[in-house]
Write a protein that binds this ligand. Structure first.
Ligand code: NDP
Ligand code: 2IT
Length: 444
């Protein structure tokens, strides 16, 4: 495989799709060796077939605001690869959403879903709609209009969307209500549903819990644990919230959360009612964390990221490329021993290079945050069986999934010195399952 040639060709075909090209390059560099050892991949054109989505669907989403003004947003669904199961992946509503971002997320999702041990292909979707400052009724009308187009493309055995940034339980409710009406069926076509209408216990917490379970497995390899550790978390959304709960349960102290406006430093630790307050912050639709500083009388650092705070463990849970080279350098200088990505691709390639060079424990998003989609898979199973598991059962299965992912990363990422490159391990393990399935099924 000639990575540079493939990347040059892709750059010409998709100029300016920075996030997509970044995600593809990382995977290709990791799998080059196993790819070259398996000539059947080359003859089946696996790379050429993997880097392009099966199809991309774009549609117009007209909706009316509370003053009667009409707005038009763009809606997308990127169906990337379904070799091992129905397309599966979240929907993101954020003004920054474009095809590059959705293609990067869909591409990552193929390997992440493969790692979960469950039969799910990769996909992603969303809209450039900005939920910030919108009323409940406006969000509902937008979701209904979005589903009016999307419903034709999805189905419980075809494509199963879920939440991501800007899409939580409320949005999934509005989307599901419209789907059910149009399709005239009650099936598990979306995950992250409410408990009364087909949702799974633990799904809201799953990404954050899974991320902490993955970090716990990494720490174990060094004889370490969360007990007594200082933890920096970025973001304040669904993933950050779940991670904060689990860190506290395991005896760690969370000292930061962040938003686009800056970060909160709470040296006493973010626990109990302070974690509940994170839900209020997110539900306020303002996308800021500053109010936490008034509520609990702690420091707010405007316009900064939390990576300058001394910590043992860092959990980036906000968004892509939020942890840069200089942040990675600060974390290392301050003695951080473990970085586990709750968000998708939060560390830039230069930051990842620093973590790997310094041989700290670094869990990439496609492994470390796979508990979210893993539990979505468990929700699909419960819907198929038409029964519900208890939270203990779901949590035990989630834990098992994260332990299995960790084992797969170690198997494919450990070098002769004993160091585990989790980036390489996750990419190879995720890739092999999908590539072998594609070879088995012929050129389609
Ligand atoms: P939420 O909508 O619940 O949280 C909103 C988050 O979005 C805030 O933490 C905020 O952090 C962040 N945000 C603010 N500005 C931007 C921006 N310009 N672009 C993108 N994000 C912004 O989202 P989630 O907690 O669900 O998602 C957080 C991350 O976790 C994302 O990378 C997502 O892809 C990933 N993820 C989510 C899963 C899920 O099931 N929900 C599963 C696996 C991964 P800040 O203000 O600091 O940027
Ligand atoms: O990035 C992700 O894995 C998610 N947003 C969750 C996807 C899902 O289908 O649950």
């Amino acid at each position: 495989m000639n990575v540079e040639k493939i990347m040059n060709d892709l750059q010409k075909k998709h100029p300016g799709e920075v996030e997509y090209l970044q995600a593809v390059r990382e995977v290709l560099e990791s799998i080059e060796e196993v790819y070259n050892e398996n000539p059947q991949f080359e003859s089946a054109g696996i790379i050429e077939r993997l880097v392009e989505p099966d199809r991309i669907l774009t549609f117009k989403v007209p909706w009316t605001d509370d003053n009667g003004k009409v707005h038009v947003n763009l809606g997308y669904r990127v169906q990337y690869n379904n070799a091992i199961g129905p397309y599966k992946g979240g929907l993101r509503f954020h003004p920054s959403v474009n095809l590059s971002i959705l293609k990067f997320l869909g591409f990552e999702q193929i390997f992440k879903n493969s790692l979960t041990t469950l039969p799910m292909g990769g996909g992603k979707g969303g809209s450039d709609f900005d939920p910030k400052g919108k009323s409940n009724a406006e969000v509902m009308r937008f979701c209904q209009s979005f589903m009016l187009e999307l419903w034709k493309l999805i189905g419980p055995e075809t494509d199963v969307p879920a939440g991501d940034i800007g899409v939580g339980g409320r949005e999934i409710g509005f989307l599901y209500g419209m789907y059910r009406k149009l399709a005239r069926e009650n099936t598990g076509v979306l995950t992250g549903k409410g408990l009364n209408w087909g949702g799974s216990l633990i799904r809201p917490e799953a990404t954050g819990f899974g991320n902490v379970y993955f970090a716990q497995e990494m720490l174990k390899t060094k004889g370490e644990s969360f007990k007594g550790k200082t933890v920096c978390i970025s973001g304040f959304g669904n993933v950050a919230w779940g991670a904060a709960i689990k860190v506290n349960e395991l005896g760690g102290k969370v000292v930061t959360i962040s938003g686009p406006d800056g970060y909160i430093y709470d040296p006493e630790g973010i626990s109990g009612e302070k974690i509940d307050y994170m839900l209020e912050l997110r539900a306020s639709n303002q996308d800021i964390v500053k109010p936490y500083s008034f509520e609990f009388g702690v420091e707010f650092h405007a316009g900064k990221t939390p990576w300058e705070v001394k910590c043992d463990i860092a959990l980036p849970c906000a968004t892509q490329n939020e942890l840069r080279k200089e942040d990675a350098e600060k974390l290392i200088k301050n003695g951080c021993i473990c970085v586990s990505e709750g968000a998708n691709m939060p560390s830039t390639p230069e930051a990842v290079e620093i973590f790997l060079k310094n041989k700290i424990l670094f869990g990439p998003g496609k492994a470390a945050n796979a508990g979210g989609v893993g539990t979505s898979g468990l929700e699909m199973t419960q819907n198929s069986m038409k029964l519900n598991w208890t939270s203990e059962e779901v949590d035990a299965k989630l834990h098992h999934i994260m332990v299995s992912i960790h084992e797969a990363c170690v198997k494919h990422g450990k070098d002769e010195t004993g160091f585990v490159d989790y980036v390489k391990g996750a990419n190879i393990a995720g890739f092999l399952k999908v590539a072998n399935s594609m070879v088995d099924q012929g050129i389609i």
